[in-house]
Design a binder for this molecule. Structure first.
Ligand SMILES: [Ca+2]
Ligand SMILES: [Ca+2]
Length: 384
């Protein structure tokens, strides 16, 4: 066991060196990478609130990132899931007890309270709560659920106040599910962007989706830039990223997984309907566990009695960023977080090292829960 520990601490020191002859940020346009405030300032305040987005802007975010679902009366609101049970106080509201039910979301049965069963007026009586057990609950019950309209108004106001053009990076959540409910997200989304003069290719906007079919629909409705998100189930102990099927592919009988979409031929196809990709981090730099040769199970390398990211070591970066850039696609991986248990052994509990590695690789932006850490690391690298 001691030998294993020695091996890992040696590996932990081996982050790629910065080559002096290379640009600091080898992005597609040569500009520093964008800091995208994932769900607002979600490391500090409950996800998807006006207060959270305002805080992220204050911390220096280039873009704020609302996830969009729809109310019963057809209003776009910001929530990570159509199911309100984990991010609002709906479960504690006696007046809504009878709304609890089961629904199929992308082929998976869920129980809870669904946005599509509530009017906007009802949604406005709810308050946001922190969904992650390891983050502060101090702000639970204080903030309302914002509409996309309110978010765009905040963006306009903050752009004026700060003199920076704050970008907006809306995601269509479960677009097929919403279409099947008769609550399509696309046209209201495009109309609201137009209301705020953001409906052009040059506007500081990226629209993102986990469904290629949805991006193809959007391409016909808008000239805004589009980003194809690539999810996965997990990373196996040997570093292979586990297959996950996009729901639109499941419905159309397309056998390609998200990972398959990164092959040279498929990435060329992605370029026909998107301006960029938003891959889960291991699609660019994977990691592996040290395994027990007898059981094949991961070993608790740092000896803290839990197996987590700190027991994983990074593999070499692959060529996805390079190939995407050759096609003219930007690359915005997700999600960067400060918590030590979410950082591979190589980063030695320092989230700045993770940003540094991905910025050096040439990513064009990062989805971050901690805008301040991302901005600070980018600033330090610029001063090199
Ligand atoms: Ca999102
Ligand atoms: Ca451990």
């Amino acid at each position: 066991m001691h030998k294993t520990l020695l091996l890992v601490s040696a590996a932990a020191l081996s982050l790629p060196a910065l080559a002096a002859d290379k640009p600091v940020f080898p992005t597609l346009n040569g500009q520093p990478p964008l800091i995208i405030a994932h769900r607002g300032a979600s490391g500090y305040l409950p996800d998807h609130t006006l207060e959270g987005y305002a805080k992220a802007i204050e911390l220096g975010a280039d873009f704020i990132e609302p996830d969009l679902v729809m109310t019963k009366d057809g209003v776009l609101i910001a929530r990570h899931e159509p199911n309100l049970k984990d991010t609002t106080d709906v479960a504690r509201r006696a007046e809504f007890a009878s709304r609890k039910r089961k629904m199929m979301v992308d082929g998976v049965e869920e129980e809870g309270w669904f946005a599509s069963d509530f009017t906007l007026a009802e949604i406005k009586t709810l308050r946001a709560i922190q969904p992650r057990a390891d983050r502060s609950k101090a702000f639970d019950g204080q903030f309302q659920i914002p509409t996309f309209d309110e978010i765009l108004a905040l963006r306009a106001q903050k752009s004026k106040e700060t003199g920076r053009q704050i970008g907006v990076y809306p995601e269509t959540k479960h677009p097929t599910y919403h279409q099947q409910l008769g609550l399509s997200l696309e046209k209201p989304l495009v109309a609201l962007l137009a209301k705020y003069q953001l409906n052009s290719q040059k506007a500081p906007v990226f629209i993102q989706s986990f469904e290629a079919a949805n991006l193809k629909q959007l391409r016909k409705l808008t000239s805004n830039k589009l980003v194809y998100l690539l999810d996965a189930e997990t990373v196996r102990p040997d570093g292979v990223v586990e297959r996950k099927m996009p729901y639109d592919h499941v419905l159309s009988g397309d056998k390609r997984s998200y990972g398959d979409m990164l092959s040279p031929a498929n990435l060329k196809q992605v370029k026909t309907f998107a301006d960029g990709i938003g891959p889960w981090k291991p699609y660019l730099i994977s990691w592996q566990a040290m395994t027990d040769p007898k059981t094949g199970k991961p070993i608790d390398v740092n000896g803290d009695n839990v197996i987590d990211q700190r027991d994983m070591t990074l593999l070499e970066a692959n060529d996805v960023v390079k190939r995407a850039h050759q096609l003219g696609l930007v690359v915005h991986p997700f999600t960067f977080r400060n918590e030590a248990k979410l950082l591979a052994a190589n980063f030695q509990d320092n989230p700045a090292e993770e940003y540094r590695l991905f910025f050096t690789l040439g990513v064009d932006g990062v989805f971050s829960d901690f805008t301040d850490t991302a901005v600070a690391t980018r600033t330090l690298m610029q001063m090199r």
